[in-house]
Design a binder for this molecule. Structure first.
Ligand code: ADP
Ligand code: ADP
Length: 239
């Protein structure tokens, strides 16, 4: 069943030409989807419209049967806890440790006094350690974020998203700053998160070969428009 539906979505920044025009696709529960396209195609804009970091100018986005473009502040906060974000530049807090950065992902708590003070309970800490161990970071939980390699930083980014128990992860060029080995580790973890945890994963990529290797579905975007929507098999057949 469809977890995410994007219908006729467009986005225009100011008077510029449209960054997205009439974008349509659906993503099923647990699916691993890659969005590929050249730089400037609109991939990042699309993900930011889905989690409402920015507002689309037209169309409709439905996530878990909710109209994402039409949410009150409370509902929007709730939707954001169900949608984890992974960024190209990790967006960690450098002076905080690995486990503190992970716990920082508990978005709902950030507006409480305990959250502001960085106070987390035992269950939350144990959950953070479990997730970090799963991602191979069990021995680094007290290291400062700025002491980590890029690949390790991105795994903390994934841990920070997972701790909020999301239904879906939106990953914006998660491997674009990584060497091939670290990139493979990250993609393998994302694939496991989709196949074994049942979490829907959407990844922006510009490498077609990586998309072919990992994805259930590939959506090609160019100049703000969907130019391809199919499985890896469909692409290989055309070549
Ligand atoms: P991609 O992620 O595929 O590289 P983006 O979504 O970042 O592409 O960009 C799509 C288009 O939208 C580009 O032309 C870009 O310059 C433009 N764009 C993105 N963000 C903004 C913004 N905040 N203000 C104005 N234009 C933007
Ligand atoms: P708060 O109001 O709790 O401080 P914000 O919505 O202002 O939270 O976002 C704070 C930080 O969280 C920002 O850096 C933003 O990029 C990031 N963020 C926003 N939405 C999400 C999301 N769905 N998942 C993870 N991080 C997010």
């Amino acid at each position: 069943t469809a977890l995410l539906e994007v219908n006729h979505v467009s986005k225009q920044f100011g008077n510029d030409s449209k960054a997205l025009s009439d974008v349509n696709f659906t993503v099923n529960e647990g699916e691993f989807v890659s969005i590929i396209g050249p730089s400037g195609a609109g991939k990042s804009t699309l993900l930011r419209c889905i989690n409402r970091m920015i507002d689309a100018t037209g169309g409709e986005i439905t996530f878990d049967n909710m109209n994402v473009m039409n949410l009150k502040k409370k509902e929007l906060k709730m939707v954001r806890t169900r949608i984890g974000m992974i960024f190209q530049h990790y967006n960690l807090v450098n002076r905080l440790s690995v486990i503190e950065n992970t716990l920082h992902g508990i978005l709902g708590k950030k507006s409480t006094i305990a959250g502001v003070l960085g106070l987390y309970n035992q269950a939350e800490r144990e959950q953070a350690v479990r997730i970090l161990s799963m991602l191979g970071l069990g021995e680094h939980i007290y290291k400062r974020a700025d002491q980590l390699s890029g690949g390790q930083k991105q795994r903390v980014g994934i841990a920070r998203a997972l701790i909020q128990n999301p239904r879906m992860l939106l990953c914006d060029e998660p491997i674009a700053s990584l060497d091939p080995n670290s990139a493979k580790t990250i993609m393998d973890h994302l694939r496991t998160i989709s196949s074994q945890m049942g979490i829907t994963v959407i990844v922006n990529l510009h490498q077609v070969d990586v998309a072919l290797k990992y994805s259930d579905k590939i959506i090609g975007i160019n100049q703000g428009q969907v130019v391809f929507n199919g499985s890896s098999k469909d692409i290989t057949k055309e070549d």
